[in-house]
Ligand binder design. Sequence first.
Ligand code: 4AD
Ligand code: MG
Length: 430
Amino acid sequence: MKTTISQVPQYKEQTVTIGAWLNNKRSSGKIAFLQLRDGTGFMQGVVAKNDVSEEVFQLAKNMTQESSMYITGKIVEDKRSSFGYEMQVSGIELIHEAVDYPITPKEHGTEFLMDHRHLWLRSKRQHAIMKIRNEIIRATYQFFNDNGYVKIDPPILTGASAEGTTELFHTQYFDEEAYLSQSGQLYLEAAAMAFGKVFSFGPTFRAEKSKTRRHLIEFWMIEPEMAFVEHEESLEIQEQYVSFVVQSVLENCKLELNVLERDTSKLEKIKAPFPRISYDDAIELLKEKGFTDIEWGEDFGAPHETAIAENFDMPVFITNYPAEIKAFYMKPVPGRPEVVLCADLIAPEGYGEIIGGSERIDDLALMEERYSQHNLEGEAYNWYLELRKYGSVPHSGFGLGLERTVAWLSGAEHVRETIPFPRLLNRLYP
Ligand code: 4AD
Ligand code: MG
């Protein structure tokens, strides 16, 4: 019977065949322990000299790391391993012998591993992180599908910027200039007026010269946009969504969290509602915490976010930032036009901003005013203005950065480990 490691629990005390690679190996005179992986999981195969032919035993003993094989044996319970099962091997058919696999069980430097990302992905740790990423994606689709959202795919090639012009990737579009999308938001606003509640999930690009553990040049964003939803209701949707994702990962990625030695007690607490702190109060809090020279009107950097987050064991919304430091489309707080109806959601444990969101300006005259203040006039934006001309309604939306969320839930130090092939300031290979 041919199966996979993930299906092994169904075959207790039965003999199965698995297509696998050798991840690692230990052997003594009479026994070889093969650490196997097949993509779906990791499992030990035990080859006892007395149970197999001399040929199979020699094959097992001399097998090199990352060689591929069909391996056959009886599945038995193994209480000592976190997986819970192992194979008592009866036969091995070598498919391909790998010679001098570069990533050995010893420690390697980060740059070396990044240069071998195409192989590094096979490691137990990277496997666990990618499985958590996959679970976040799965839970995201489930949450928005179950709640009546329509998935809309905005274009990647765009004629206008959504988040400001400094971080744009320019590209030639025949005889026009185009940009790679920084955010699908403007298009999602159009879609929300057509479908009510929508979301997108796709790659976004920021030509940011930031070399931090939170910044990628190409990253994936989940962007919901909702018609007839005002700021406060949007925050409630965000906390419901994030709680759902965290609880799904806890439930469906137990093995992976265990491999990563993630302290899950911190994640178990993550349940809506999340605390909120206004930008004004956050400034006061920072001053009390020793950031004496921060002034009202300044944006927060990573150290500020971390200091604010320390006061909570939940993700925290920082609300109502100054209009000056936020995007042109955010709706002013009624009676206080210097601040806007927006929030950044800051993850606990120093993982920083995972969501940026806001209620959007729905008034045509005000949007036109913002256009001239931000020098945005031009054809590229006309269609966006028209959304305020024909049946404008209050609407809100937000963007969750997938990789920062993966980093938080898996406990990864740096976002470079949270996407299969990271694009960083100094890296386009492999
Ligand atoms: O706060 P941002 O820039 O918001 C927007 O783009 C809005 N248009 C979204 C919306 O309202 N539809 O980005 C949203 C999130 C951030 O909170 C962060 O998690 C992630 O995207 N992000 C990055 N992740 C990795 N590398 C980068 N360079 C990122 N820039 C933003
Ligand atoms: Mg932001």
